[in-house]
Design a protein around this ligand. Structure first.
Ligand code: NDP
Length: 310
């Protein structure tokens, strides 16, 4: 029987239009891809993005899985009408993009590039930056993205420590986990990268007390989610000098409102949620592989734990 795959993200359909049907056919899957669910009861799989969110999954009575195009699933994970398995996106393009963003911004701060790029007074300041091995980087979140970024920074000799919910072993990276490990991970860190999902447990994880554990003048990179950081505590820590600079890609409200103090703060860099994008070429293969697995009765890739929230 021909499967019906509902692609519910019109904004990015153009990128997938020529890819998905061919990849489904190559995988031996007899499927038609539709962009309108005029009869939800015949839909077998939903491809989902939060930019055009489906609110009510109740009419999709035959749907076997919902496949997210995004890695972060905080906007769908608590949806009570969703009873089907939910898979998030893990793909090489997303990971490579995140590694490039994190490494680029970490090196900017590590090397103190700004003072040479913007130097209207032509100041000859010959202070050499320390070596990467002298900088402690705390990677909060050691999942698909955090682990890849930690490895890339460790390859540049940064002294990287990782922090996750459960115990993890990553060669070359000192690992901490759970509430008890957070202080050890953060204490004395020069750079903190937040690559955690937004869940009730991670909201405001970087609060005033934890920011005070970092080395004075530390740098924050947040490509995870806006609510991971207490905005008011961050602004206070920036004003006191405890935090030297914050480079933020994600915010509680996006686009970041024009009157938000982050826009005009001299030690905040705002990037507009561009750290890593899902690339259709890799993502389409992940989607097709999950449909193949589901049809074959095999375990799905990147299944979200609804109770855990990620
Ligand atoms: P994963 O699910 O692979 O990894 C999440 C990590 O966070 C895991 O190591 C997990 O621990 C850890 N974690 C979760 N909850 C806690 C907790 N309460 N305490 C300690 N550690 C915790 O996610 P990804 O790496 O794929 O993505 C991370 C996030 O990055 C996404 O959720 C999304 O918000 C963001 N993102 C941002 C993008 C952007 O462009 N700015 C693009 C893509 C993603 P454990 O390993 O023990 O489970």
């Amino acid at each position: 029987m021909t499967l019906t795959v509902f692609f519910s993200a019109p904004a990015v359909w153009e990128e997938y239009r020529d890819l998905l049907p061919g990849l489904l056919a190559e995988a031996g899957i007899d499927a038609r891809v539709v962009t309108e669910a005029s009869d939800p009861a015949v839909v077998d799989y939903i491809i989902y993005a939060p930019s055009a969110p489906l609110q009510d999954f109740t009419p999709f009575t035959r749907c076997k899985a919902v496949l997210s195009l995004w890695a972060g699933v905080e906007r769908i994970v608590g949806n009570q009408t969703l009873t089907q398995p939910l898979c998030r996106m893990v793909d090489n393009g997303l990971t490579e993009g995140m590694v490039e963003w994190v490494v680029g911004h970490a090196l900017r701060h590590h090397l103190g590039m700004d003072r040479h790029i913007v130097n209207p007074g032509h100041v000859w300041d010959a202070t050499c930056p320390p070596l990467a091995r002298e900088r402690k980087v705390a990677m909060l979140g050691m999942g698909a993205l955090g682990t890849a970024c930690a490895r890339a920074l460790a390859a540049l000799n940064f002294n990287v420590v990782g922090w996750s919910r459960t115990e993890k072993t990553t060669p070359g990276i000192q690992a901490f986990h759970g509430e008890a490990g957070l202080e050890a991970a953060l204490r004395g860190a020069d750079i903190v990268v937040t690559l955690l999902p937004k869940t009730p447990e991670t909201e405001n994880i970087l609060n005033a007390a934890r920011l005070s554990w970092l080395k004075p003048g530390a740098f924050i990179l947040n490509p995870g989610r806006g609510p991971l950081i207490d905005d008011a505590a961050l602004l206070a820590a920036l004003d006191s000098g405890q935090i030297g600079h914050a480079t933020l890609d994600v915010f509680r409200i996006e686009p970041l409102p024009q009157d938000h103090p982050f826009w005009s703060h001299p030690r905040v860099t705002v990037t507009p949620h561009i750290a890593a994008d899902t690339r259709a070429t890799g993502a389409a293969k992940v989607l097709v592989e999950n449909i193949r697995r589901s049809e074959a009765g095999e375990p799905l890739l990147h299944l979200v734990d609804r109770a855990r929230g990620y």
